[in-house]
Design a protein around this ligand. Structure first.
Ligand code: ZN
Ligand code: ZN
Ligand code: FE
Length: 759
């Protein structure tokens, strides 16, 4: 036989450049196996900007390979572009993974953490050397972001660097045909990290004993702390009212709903309806918490949702979770971040052992450091797509690709639900969800995290973008840098974030409905419809300004806002009304507050949509005092029904007045109409008002693209209704998809605007 392979007429060769998230996700081993299956020769290697592939073989085999490349790529891979070029054959005899030392140093993207894959799950339960091993992972799954200390992503730069691979693991790691080829966090019971269980001053290190104990503790109604991927969780049985009460009292969290991890989708379906789309997201490799709408079955402990008709549910994503459910008799456990309310998720072992020693069921730790904290992400399916409410594990630090450069800009985000964003070339890299900066620990997390991101991404901020609010700690941080800094209007940033992720270059009509945002007139905004591009915005319409007696106190006490609306809208003697609010109110106190409203004492003006939702919740007696952020509008959702309804009256225009609606609602309340009818009509009114605001903007400038953003659009009913109306009117509507629609997403808008304004 001659040395040169025999080539038939249809022997072809192609070079493919694949761009996207194709490194650290098992892409090269996948290419290797696919080429084998397709009987192709050639090679694959990492390059700074992606993966380069060369294939040669029969035309049919080449085509089969090219087709399958996209269709069968590993779950966490994101192929953004494939450039295909026919080349002369190079007479490769086999297919190989070409090591490229230099290129390996330049991995383009850090991958988010990936939940355990099916292969590992199978191996976990089979008779292998990793059977029952809680740190099992492979090239396709396992920790990524939460273990990274430095760049590029390889073992010595992760918190796995303390564990040296045993011979067998090393062999797998170096074998291109092994599914652990270059799996940086790979380990086995002989060489990897291990769990330790602490209870009443005793420690247990045998894992099979630990997992049995944990199962017993949970089944017997005790509360345990578990070290997870991005921090500690606290867990208890989800059908046990007393255990849920213990967990709540430990977290000092009275009513804010708790997330529940279910054994399987089938187990979840016994408690809540799950749509096909919701199931897809629940079972995806990201495994976020999905907020499902509907009344959970009464077998679930009522303390979990504390009165809400919705449930945050998720599925096991760590090997530990799967092993635990094997021991548990219950189908569901509460699994919530291990911290006291409002502080960042706890990740330090010593602190954890100290804090959690009060728990009735013990603490599970392990000796792998959590390098980066990350909470569980939270999404809600609206119009069949996932709307992010908290972007963290499984999403962070996947970058958002932009049409323009944002290089060297640091956008510091908002204050509540903070997440910052760094600009690297044409990519915006979001931090994980950080939280409310007013909390000292959270602020420290913010500053440390900026330092860490800067280090990992070799990022040196040359310019800063921040909110216009002078008192936001994120604003002060940016101003203190001494570098060029630009303050960006909150709602402009909300809209620009949607434009940026959808690549919209042309002006849009922006609808930003939320709780609070500093306006250019010094008042609080939050119902803005604007004409916007990346440089400027023109405010076209907003709700009428209402004084908020007590300022910031209104967020915890919606009755204050309701009172202000009453004073403002009602023409008669409001204190003689027979409505639920007044039954719950101390009239003499309310009278004093009325005076403050009328004289404008400590009563800043606000046109926020969020506050209007608060006011309606209080007027109807549904929520006069709120226990956590946005409880009032969430409680309103309990009363929505699907039937057709007419909106209440309101006065549209540059300033939308809802006084007629308030009066009609008062009448309905006095006639004791069902709250379902009142609340559904109220939501319809807001959607109708937004529609007319958009119409007004479109009359000013002929634009048919509408971007929606802001916390109020976490309301499924409102968003679906408004999008439906706008589509009817011929508009194309854009919603946040890759970034959070609440304040967690505005750093992207700040980055985009700063890039255009500071050119
Ligand atoms: Zn795996
Ligand atoms: Zn090993
Ligand atoms: Fe906002």
């Amino acid at each position: 036989m001659s040395d040169a392979p025999f080539h038939t007429n249809n022997y072809r060769a192609f070079r493919l450049k694949v761009r996207g998230r194709v490194q650290g996700v098992g892409f090269r081993p996948f290419v290797f196996r696919l080429a084998h299956d397709c009987h192709l020769a050639g090679e694959v290697c990492n390059q700074p900007d992606g993966v380069s592939i060369f294939i040669e073989g029969t035309e049919t085999d080449c085509q089969k390979f090219i087709r399958s490349l996209r269709e069968e790529a590993p779950g966490a891979a994101v192929i953004k572009e494939i450039v295909l070029q026919e080349s002369p054959p190079e007479n490769h005899r086999v297919f190989s993974i070409r090591p490229s030392r230099e290129s390996d140093q330049l991995i383009a993207e850090v991958c988010p953490d990936i939940s355990i894959c099916d292969d590992c799950l199978e191996e976990l339960n089979a008779d292998t050397r990793r059977s029952g091993y809680p740190f099992i992972n492979c090239t396709n799954c396992g920790p990524r972001f939460t273990i990274i200390e430095d760049f590029p992503y390889d073992r010595k730069h992760t918190s796995m660097n303390e564990f040296s691979m045993c011979k067998t693991c090393r062999k797998e790691f170096e074998n291109p045909l092994d599914r652990r080829f270059h799996a940086q966090p790979t380990s086995c019971p002989d060489c990897g990290p291990a769990y330790v269980f602490h209870e009443n001053g005793q420690t247990e290190t045998d894992f099979s004993t630990i997992i049995r104990k944990l199962g017993d503790q949970l089944d017997e109604g005790r509360v345990v702390a578990l070290k997870g991927l991005g921090g500690y969780h606290i867990a208890c049985g989800a059908f046990n009212e007393a255990a849920v009460a213990e967990l709540r009292s430990f977290k000092k969290r009275e009513r804010k709903p708790l997330a529940v991890m279910f054994r399987s989708v089938d187990a979840l379906r016994k408690i809540m309806p799950v749509s096909i789309r919701e199931e897809q997201i629940l079972t995806s490799w990201r495994k976020p918490i999905v907020v499902l709408s509907g009344q959970p079955k009464s077998t679930l402990a009522s303390g979990i949702t504390a009165g809400l008709k919705s449930l945050g549910a998720f599925l096991p994503y760590l090997p530990l979770h799967h092993l635990l459910f094997e021991k548990l008799s219950t189908d569901a456990i509460v699994l919530t971040s291990g911290n006291e309310s409002d502080t960042p998720i706890l990740h330090d072992d010593r602190e954890a052992l100290h804090l959690f020693k009060e728990l009735s069921g013990g603490t599970l730790t392990n000796n792998r450091r959590i390098a980066r904290r990350a909470d569980d992400s939270v999404v809600r399916v609206i119009l069949n797509s996932a709307l992010l409410m908290r972007r963290s594990r499984g999403y962070c630090p996947a970058p958002v690709d932009l049409n323009f450069s944002v290089d060297g800009i640091l956008a510091t985000g908002a204050e509540l639900s903070n997440a910052f964003c760094i600009g690297s070339g044409n990519q915006a890299v979001f931090s994980q969800h950080i939280g409310d900066l007013k909390n000292v620990e959270t602020y420290d997390f913010f500053t440390e995290n900026i330092a860490k991101f800067s280090e990992i991404y070799r990022f040196k901020p040359r310019r800063y973008a921040c909110d216009m609010h002078p008192d936001y700690l994120s604003t002060k941080y940016a101003l203190d840098s001494g570098k060029p800094c630009i303050g960006i209007q909150h709602h402009h940033a909300h809209i620009a974030a949607v434009m940026a992720e959808h690549g919209l270059e042309e002006p849009v009509i922006g609808v930003a409905y939320d709780g609070t945002g500093y306006g250019t007139d010094g008042h609080t905004w939050g119902s803005e419809v604007m004409l916007a591009d990346y440089k400027n915005f023109q405010r076209i319409s907003h709700f009428e300004y209402i004084p908020l007696p007590g300022g910031d106190r209104v967020t915890d006490e919606p009755w204050r806002t309701a009172l202000s609306y009453l004073v403002h809208s009602y023409v008669g003697e409001w204190d003689e009304l027979d409505i639920p609010l007044l039954q719950k109110l101390d009239i003499s106190r309310a009278k004093k507050l009325e005076e403050a409203v009328r004289k404008g004492i400590n009563s800043p003006l606000s046109c926020s949509a969020g506050r209007l939702f608060d006011a309606i919740a209080a007027l109807t007696g549904i929520c006069t005092e709120s226990n956590y952020h946005a409880e009032a509008p969430q409680l309103l959702e309990n009363y929505l029904h699907d039937g057709p309804v007419l909106p209440y009256s309101f006065l549209p225009g540059k300033t939308v007045s809802f006084s007629p609606m308030i009066r009609e609602i008062i009448l309905d309340l006095q006639r004791h109409l069902p709250l379902e009818s009142i609340i559904t009509r109220f939501h319809t009114t807001i959607a109708e008002a937004a529609r007319l605001q958009v119409k007004l903007a479109a009359e000013k400038q002929d634009i048919n693209k509408v971007a929606l953003s802001g916390g109020s659009f976490q309301n499924k009913y409102l968003t679906e209704k408004l999008v439906h109306l706008l589509k009817q009117d011929g508009f194309t509507v854009f919603l946040p998809g890759e970034v959070s629609c609440n304040d967690g997403g505005i750093a992207l808008g700040q980055l985009a605007i700063a890039a255009h304004k500071m050119k």
